[in-house]
Design a protein around this ligand. Structure first.
Ligand code: HEM
Ligand SMILES: *[C@@H]1O[C@H](CO)[C@@H](O)[C@H](O)[C@H]1NC(C)=O
Ligand SMILES: *[C@@H]1O[C@H](CO)[C@@H](O)[C@H](O)[C@H]1NC(C)=O
Length: 333
């Protein structure tokens, strides 16, 4: 009898609980209609959108593959600061507060802006006012990954562009190269990525360049003991004089191929930054590095998942933001 009573009671609680959950989620959906990104967002509004971006990217990358690295990093720096809203593309205006581009983490090292501009110009003649700069950047990063790594994925779209960019929003949101992997894991955690996902995404350092100033403290005055001695000697021969003007390839094995050789470099103590090499100090990150070095196609699958997730950070959708007509300036209205 008693047991029966308790059972009934338990079921009533369950029904009550489910009802409350339904009410809350229903009310939430009504209040803030959160629009999600979708694949093929421009299918009817601008059918050739993705094709146009891809052909522009392929053209520029066939002349200079390094621009693909630049585009991938641009997308990352866009998404980690205030979401993937193309705020990183806005130019500063004299007399107004400095923008994201002006931050030391960006100024002088971001590249690929001309590719975005060229794609935007083409898109504005084909479908004026339809395709956002944030989506162009996300497509361009995806297309660079394909061109340099032969890794393909559908890039969900429907992002809109911010009307503001501030240098002061950058600090604390972008991982510095002189932080160790534990410190940077905290920055990634703030964006919803765990340490394993950080290891996966860091594989992007398999392409592109770095300025000597980003790792000079590992060479001078004394060589970082966690760096391979002969690699340090090679770097010291390149990095002398103006550190801010000299660059090296990030991946010594296959500098223009987006592959898992970055992880092979790390195991050989040939990582460029403290942030790269210190992933070996943490046991779980080290395990992931070793797995990625060994199983390249597993890494590419994880990398795709990570990129799609990154591309959804803090996006503006629906009626929020605008479709910029020129990616470097907000619309006047
Ligand atoms: C784990 C934390 C990370 C740190 C500390 C970091 C830091 C850096 C630094 C300092 C540079 C070189 C800048 C220069 O001196 O010119 C660089 C380059 C680059 N980073 Fe990262 N990064 C991180 C994660 C990522 C992620 C998640 C991506 C993309 C998914 C990425 C993509 C790139 C690319 C492609 C380049 C080469 C850019 C070029 O050649 O123009 N990085 N990164
Ligand atoms: C960005 O870098 C350029 C060239 O090094 C320099 O002249 C300029 O002052 C820098 N901008 C800011 C805001 O620091
Ligand atoms: C990372 O840096 C922090 C702060 O300097 C330090 O406390 C920590 O021990 C370092 N972790 C590793 C794994 O080196």
């Amino acid at each position: 009898m008693k047991c029966q009573y308790r059972k009934r009671c338990g079921r009533n609680y369950l029904v009550f609980f489910i009802t409350i959950v339904l009410i809350i989620s229903g009310a939430g959906a009504g209040r803030a209609k959160k629009v999600k990104l979708v694949e093929n967002f421009y299918r009817s509004s601008c059918p050739p959108a993705e094709y146009i971006v891809r052909s522009v990217v392929n053209h520029f990358l066939s002349l200079n593959p390094g621009l693909g690295a630049g585009l991938l990093r641009l997308h990352f720096h866009d998404c980690f600061v205030k979401g993937c809203d193309a705020s990183v593309l806005l130019d500063s205006i004299t007399g107004q507060p400095l923008v994201e581009k002006d931050h030391p983490a960006n100024n002088g090292s971001l590249r690929g802006f001309q590719v975005i501009d060229a794609a935007k110009t083409k898109l504005e003649t084909t479908c004026p006012g339809i395709v956002s700069c944030a989506d162009i950047l996300a497509f361009a990063a995806r297309d660079s990954i394909y061109k340099l790594g032969n890794i393909w994925y559908e890039q969900p779209s429907g992002r809109r562009d911010s009307t503001i960019s501030l240098l002061t929003d950058v600090s604390g949101n972008l991982p510095p190269p002189f932080f160790n992997a534990t410190q940077n894991a905290a920055i990634f955690a703030n964006k919803g990525f765990n340490a394993v996902e950080m290891v996966t995404l860091s594989g992007a350092h398999s392409i592109g360049i770095a300025h000597c100033s980003s790792f000079a403290s590992r060479l001078y005055p004394t060589v970082d003991p966690t760096m391979d001695r002969s690699y340090a000697a090679v770097l010291k021969r390149i990095c002398k004089g103006d550190m801010a003007k000299t660059t090296v390839n990030q991946d010594g094995i296959t500098p223009d191929r987006l592959d898992n050789k970055y992880y092979v470099d790390l195991i050989g103590n040939k990582g460029l930054f403290v942030s790269d090499q210190s992933m070996l100090i943490n046991e779980s990150m080290k395990k992931e590095v070793v797995k990625n070095a060994r199983y390249g196609s597993d890494w590419s699958r994880k990398f795709v998942t990570g990129m799609v997730k990154m591309g959804k950070l803090g996006v503006l959708t629906g009626n929020n933001g605008e479709i910029r007509l020129n990616c470097r300036v907000k619309n006047t209205n």
